[in-house]
Structure formats: C-alpha cells, structure tokens
Design a protein around this ligand. Structure first.
Ligand code: CO
Ligand code: CO
Ligand code: CO
Length: 327
C-alpha cells in the first residue's frame, strides 16, 4: 500500500481525545502530542522510524535519531527521554545493529536527553527510530494552527534529501559526512529553537516525509491561511536539481504530489524540476518558522549567527483562499 492508501485507512479511525489536559492531539496534524502536567509543564510525545537511508550504520542511527528528536523541537520543546524502536534481520551481522543504536545513543546525548531502552523485533529489513518524550512550558507550545497573515516563512535547512538518498543508493553520491546533505540530516534542530527564546514564533513544523508542500499544507489548513512561496528563495542542496533533471526521484515525492497538488497553484515561471523538489520527501529536514514580518529579518540574522547558514525567508502568509501559490 502506498502512503496515500495508508493515510486514508487512518482517517477511518475515530480517535477520541476527551482529556482536557491534552493540549495538542490529532486534529491539527501537528508534529507531536502535548499533554499538560501542571501550569508550568507539558509533556511532548512523538515517534518516528524508517529503513536505512545510508549504508553506514552509525550515520544511519544518528540520522534516524535526529529525525525523531526533531518533532519535539518543532513543538517548541526540549527532549528529555528517548526509547529505541528497532527491526533487524537475523541474517545480518549483529555488529551493524550495535553501530545503529550507538548512533542513536550519541545523538540523543547530544540533544541533552537520555536513551533508556526500547524494543527490538526480527524484521526482513532494518528499521530504526525513537519514541521521544519532551517538555515544554504550556505557554510556549508552538503549533501548526497559529500562523498569521503577513507572517514571513523561514526554512532552516536546504531541500533535496530524498533525491540525494536516491543518488546515494544509486552509487552517484557518497553516504558519508563529506556529503553536505548527509551532514545536514545528522544535524539536530536544537540550535534553531534558540530563536524561540528571543522572538515570538507564531507557528513551526519540521519538514519531513510529506515534503515542503505537504507540511505547508498542514499549517495552511490548521491556521486557515494562504501561503505564497518564492521558489527562487528556497535553499536546495548542491546537485539535487541536476539529479532531479536526470529523473532521479523517490516514489514518496510522487505520492506527495498526488496528495497535495489540488491545493497548489503553480505559476508558469516555476520550473517543473523545482516543483518536484518542493514535493521531495525529506529525512531529518529543517524547521519551517512562521514569524511576523517586522522581526523576520532579525530572526533570520540570529539563525545565521547560530551557524544555520542556509536559513532563508522563502515566502509569506496571506489572508484568502486556502492554497499554496508557487511563483
Ligand atoms: Co514533524
Ligand atoms: Co515526525
Ligand atoms: Co509544530
């Protein structure tokens, strides 16, 4: 079953969220659930896992962990605990599994959290990720539903990791730390959230499997706004355009296009290949911040000074018909 079929199946489930302490549940397609513990503390809960994106087991473990931890940052919180979710074939060298989990442990430590166990099952192919628990002050939760007209949209990491993973699997690129896209996937989104302490961030999500357009759609629907993207401003990893022009494109990108294209209005000046990249499923992608126009430049400058050099203002939020305009 493709991703579309699976998400349709999930829509048939009637989730019942009655608990008044559940501050963020399933209705707004947010990155994680948030549960109020008391007036000063809320718990963040999220889980993610996937099959290997590179051959190196230690790098794969770090990428999977960074990706799982990211949803806590995307809600404005800090991770405290993590647990492994592991599928592993008996026929593979068990040393690979040690390396994968060591990657997860080291990345979790880097995030200032503890990895405290988990669960492993036999599986036909390796799968790895984390269930992560985080904390946030209830007044500082950042959801998808609060982007405001006239906000600017800032993206903190370049796009194209899905296409780059296809290039790595095809032997055209190295899946090691010499590759900027691999280094980016290993990178936590922890530094970016330092801007949350200084500026009012209206909305935030991380860009992962649904691609830039899928995650923008979640914000657009939850916030009831229109989004305009200046495609020339979107940062893209080196050589990704070239690979996309060669037809190197992950299946997940095609499903994203099918799922989200009805709400996208692409102007004639936008290259088809660039549009493809906006649908490319991202692994451990950057954060997408929605901030009021008057502080947008300052937020961007602060991101740059934190070493997040590729951060860019890529578009804006408007009133009006719910659609994503690409120009
Ligand atoms: Co997310
Ligand atoms: Co996620
Ligand atoms: Co969020």
């Amino acid at each position: 079953m493709g991703p579309k079929a699976l998400s349709q199946v999930l829509r048939q489930v009637s989730f019942v969220n009655n608990d008044k302490n559940l501050l963020v549940g399933i209705g707004t397609d947010d990155d994680a659930a948030v549960y109020k513990l008391d007036d000063n503390k809320a718990l963040i809960q999220t889980v993610d896992f996937f099959t290997p994106v590179v051959d190196d087991p230690y790098i794969y473990g770090q990428i999977a962990a960074a990706n799982s931890l990211s949803d806590v940052y995307a809600m404005g919180g800090k991770p405290i605990l993590a647990m492994n979710i592991v599928g592993f074939p008996e026929c593979l060298d068990q040393e690979l599994l040690v390396q994968i989990i060591q990657g997860g442990v080291d990345k979790t430590l880097e995030a200032g959290a503890s990895l405290v166990g988990g669960h492993t099952v036999k599986d036909d192919e390796p799968k790895y990720g984390l269930a992560v628990t985080g904390l946030v002050h209830p007044d500082q939760i950042i959801t998808n539903s609060t982007a405001k007209p006239n906000d600017k949209l800032i993206l903190t990491k370049p796009l194209g990791t899905g296409i780059m993973i296809a290039a790595i699997k095809g032997g055209l690129e190295k899946g090691n730390t010499e590759n900027p896209a691999v280094r980016s996937m290993m990178e936590l989104n922890d530094k970016a959230i330092e801007v949350f302490n200084k500026f009012k961030i209206n909305s935030c999500t991380d860009i992962t499997g649904f691609g830039l357009i899928g995650h923008l759609t979640e914000i657009m629907k939850a916030s009831n706004i229109q989004i305009s993207i200046d495609t020339k401003m979107v940062p893209i990893f080196n050589k990704v355009i070239e690979y996309a022009e060669m037809g190197l494109y992950p299946k997940g990108g095609d499903s994203n296009r099918k799922n989200y294209q009805d709400l996208v209005n692409t102007k004639d000046n936008v290259d088809q290949v660039i549009e493809d990249i906006l649908y490319d499923p991202q692994t451990s992608g950057g954060l997408l911040l929605s901030v009021s126009e008057d502080v947008s430049k300052e937020v961007l400058n602060m991101l740059h000074s934190l070493g997040i050099e590729d951060a860019a203002i890529i578009g804006e939020v408007n009133k009006g018909k719910k659609e994503i305009i690409l120009s």
